[in-house]
Design a protein around this ligand. Sequence first.
Ligand SMILES: NC(=O)c1ccc[n+]([C@@H]2O[C@H](COP(=O)([O-])OP(=O)(O)OC[C@H]3O[C@@H](n4cnc5c(N)ncnc54)[C@H](OP(=O)(O)O)[C@@H]3O)[C@@H](O)[C@H]2O)c1
Length: 319
Amino acid sequence: MYEAYFRHKFTDEVVLYIFLLLLLLMSPFLFIWELISNIRSFFQCKENMSGKVVLITGASSGLGELMAYEYAKRGARLAIIATKRPESRLEQVAERARVPSPDVFCMFADVSKVDECRMFVDDTIKRFHHLDHLVCNTGIGPIYSSNIDVTKFRPVMEINFWGSIYPTQFALPYLKKTHGKIIVNSSAGGVLHPPKHGIYNASKAALISFYESLRFEVSPTVTITILTIGFIKTNLITAKYSANGVGFHLKEDLGDVVPVMEAKPCAKAIVDGVCKGATSITEPRFYKALFLIKFLFPQLHRFYLYMYCLKIFNAKTGR
Ligand SMILES: NC(=O)c1ccc[n+]([C@@H]2O[C@H](COP(=O)([O-])OP(=O)(O)OC[C@H]3O[C@@H](n4cnc5c(N)ncnc54)[C@H](OP(=O)(O)O)[C@@H]3O)[C@@H](O)[C@H]2O)c1
């Protein structure tokens, strides 16, 4: 029995190191491939969005709002969603998008509620009769600490994960008819697992896992684009969070440790990439290198995050 175990273990290790060696030998070619793909994407044809129908969740601010303007500039007809709050800017966003776009309408709904998701997908179809792109963008990102009652974080999973799955479920039959696209806003956090974001990271990793699996079921009829974006200057990171009684400001506390990208170029890069048929988009693009480091050299990745934790700690204690 032990002999079989060690024989298996030995084969296992040999196979692992052969693969690592192959990866090392192939890396110059992979580098050239990445370079060629990027150059090619500059010249790639873009989908003509004129008259196409795009449904965007979480469009009252940040990336959702800016993606709405990008689609509107390309002539798409829009259905935009956010929750009903007295201070909601959704109607103003719709008003502004109507300047370049022929038809924009907004609906108030909570994506964590299955019936409301069914309702806004149905209402979009009633109004436009078809659907071309579904952008599952809604997300919240409170700071997590193991000292806080974990049940307080349930809405993170409900909004970030289920709030994308429900609209996808209801929109899929219509997207299949138009050979449409699903764009899902995950996060680099779902790959890199930065500290103080445990539940947020888990919700975003779950999205990646779900949509990577769904891709096999619906492709090539429906194209899925997974966004793994890093720190972008929106309400999500400029808001003041409170973790365990300690005021925490992602932008101020981390801004000089991690570069923060402006939201407008990010939204443009996303819509450009989607229209060129990209199946995954990472912005800022250097995060791709971090993903590779995480998989190949996990210790180095943890060291970086440890330094990043230390920076937060120093900022909080005034050191
Ligand atoms: N900013 C970053 O650094 C960053 C990094 C990686 C990934 N992302 C992802 O990008 C997406 C957009 O975030 P953002 O940065 O643009 O932040 P944001 O400005 O806070 O946008 C979040 C949007 O979601 C809406 N929303 C929140 N809860 C909702 C609910 N229950 N039902 C419907 N709509 C809801 C908000 O509108 P109301 O509050 O008016 O409903 C708002 O329009 C999120 O999924 C986020 O996780 C952001």
